[in-house]
Design a protein around this ligand. Structure first.
Ligand code: HEM
Length: 454
């Protein structure tokens, strides 16, 4: 059982207990062994603890229980900012995207982007997702060995480029796809991942140094995006995100700058495919690691045809439960963004000063034994037996910063799984359990989940 500090019963606790300072081993553990490290801290300090500043992240109060998450997510959003604590993402995503906005400008940007990920627009993506998946699996031959992480990335990247950005088989499509994969695959290497977390290593000593190569690959992505933006400025605007960003006008009648558009594109491209690709690879792994879940899902997929409406496929209960359990057990993002206090605040009996940040730890909440008994067991049935509140199940965060693309991510995961499982038989190449590893700021299955077509 975890040791939950209940400050309300202990008036002497004015500030949560926690870690005094991360030495080198602490930093190393947080980067390379994040899950056992987070669990060890919870066992030592309780569900709510203090974490000193680490790499580019601010010092913060880690929230690992439902009550804390509910208190934070239902509080007045005017109490907090997030942009100032999101600076660690800047080298990767640029410095002028939604992540760096707060208050009214943040609300406006969400309002601009949101419709592209919901309602009719989302429905329109169904056919594109199924077609892209179909064309990927049509190339598979019996006995081929494939990395599900790579396949999933190929699919999710094509979906975001085609469906969301409206970039189709034109001049820039293939080069952009290849260059983005090359850029993001750098983070399969622990060396590159470390540079993201340790600003001291962010030194450009030329193309052959890790940071130098990172900057070089990133600039190549920027170049291609910049060409695409210039090209699209001269074309008729469609309904895709790039068109929306190019035509948006603020109160002063100004368009977004090219830098702002570029930064937003990078953020959406990254957030929109990297996360979903890792989650999909995990889903394939879990289903094939446990034959009974595979049989259950196959039985459910027998009730649909290849031409069943994608929206109907997305409602299948067992498929939905598998997707939820996949996102619960190893959440791709271990934390939500931090919320930094603009004023002092009483939180769960603690007295917090202006300037301190708070961040729900998605992994700790999803592994809280009070909510999820036997949390380390993969068990989709949990999601059939009961409904979890938006403070108990938080793979996409919550409140005013809740993931913009959550509906697309869920829809995409379900359609890709259904399309592949309905038509291809796969088996895991290795029967050993797969553990999560860092891939930049996210976590991903170690080795990419190698499977064979049977
Ligand atoms: C399985 C897939 C995904 C996961 C697990 C995920 C997770 C998250 C999380 C945890 C946050 C922070 C929320 C908070 O602080 O409360 C977030 C924010 C965000 N996500 Fe996702 N995401 C996924 C897919 C997507 C997709 C498909 C898109 C768009 C194409 C997207 C775009 C964003 C954006 C723009 C934000 C920032 C929102 C803001 O600052 O207001 N994500 N996501």
């Amino acid at each position: 059982m975890t040791a939950t500090i209940n400050a309300k019963n202990n008036p002497k606790l004015a500030f949560p207990q926690g870690i005094k300072r991360y030495g080198l081993p602490g930093i190393f553990n947080l980067i390379f062994r994040p899950l056992p490290t987070l669990e060890a801290y919870r066992n030592c300090y309780g569900d709510i603890y203090y974490s000193p500043s680490f790499a580019g992240f601010p010092s913060l109060i880690v929230i690992g229980n439902v009550e804390g998450v509910e208190t934070l997510f239902t509080a007045d959003t005017e109490l907090f900012d997030s942009a100032s604590s999101n600076t660690a993402f800047q080298p990767l995503l640029g410095n002028q995207s939604i992540l760096q906005l707060d208050g009214e400008p943040h609300k406006k940007r969400r309002k601009l982007l949101m419709p592209s990920f919901h309602g009719q627009q989302l429905q329109n993506y169904g056919e594109i997702i199924a077609n892209i998946t179909q064309s990927v699996i049509s190339e598979w031959q019996k006995d081929d060995v494939i990395s599900m992480r790579e396949v999933a990335q190929e699919i999710t990247l094509s979906v975001i480029l085609k469906a969301v950005f409206g970039i189709s088989q034109g001049d820039n499509y293939q080069p952009l796809k290849q260059q983005l994969s090359r850029y993001l695959d750098l983070f399969n290497s622990p060396v590159y991942t470390s540079t993201l977390f340790l600003p001291a290593l962010q030194k450009n000593w030329g193309r052959w140094s890790p940071w130098g190569n990172f900057v070089y690959q990133r600039d190549k992505v920027y170049q291609l995006l910049s060409q695409e933006i210039d090209k699209r400025k001269t074309e008729t605007q469609g309904e895709d995100i790039l068109s929306l960003l190019l035509s948006a006008i603020d109160e002063q009648g100004e368009h977004l700058t090219k830098n702002e558009v570029m930064s937003e594109l990078m953020t959406l491209l990254f957030a929109g495919h990297e996360t979903t690709a890792s989650a999909l690879a995990w889903a394939f792994y879990w289903l094939h690691y446990h034959p009974q879940f595979y049989h259950n899902i196959k039985d459910e997929l027998d009730t649909i045809n290849v031409d069943t409406d994608p929206m109907e496929i997305a409602k299948l209960p067992y498929l939905s439960a598998v997707v939820s359990e996949t996102l619960r057990i190893y959440p791709v993002a271990l934390f939500t963004f931090s919320r930094t206090l603009k004023t002092s605040w009483e939180f769960m009996g603690y007295s917090l000063e202006k300037g301190i940040s708070l961040a729900p730890c998605i992994y700790l909440v999803h592994h809280h034994p009070d909510i999820y008994p036997n949390p380390k067991e993969f068990k989709p049935e949990r999601f059939l037996e009961r409904q979890f509140s938006p403070y108990e199940f938080i793979p996409f965060g919550g409140s005013n910063r809740r993931c913009i693309g959550y509906a697309l991510a869920l829809y995409e995961m379900k359609l890709v799984l259904a399309t592949v499982l309905k038509q291809v038989n796969l088996k895991l190449v290795n029967s050993q359990p797969i553990s999560p590893v860092r891939r930049g700021f996210t976590t991903s299955p170690k080795g990419g989940v190698k499977m064979q077509v049977v």
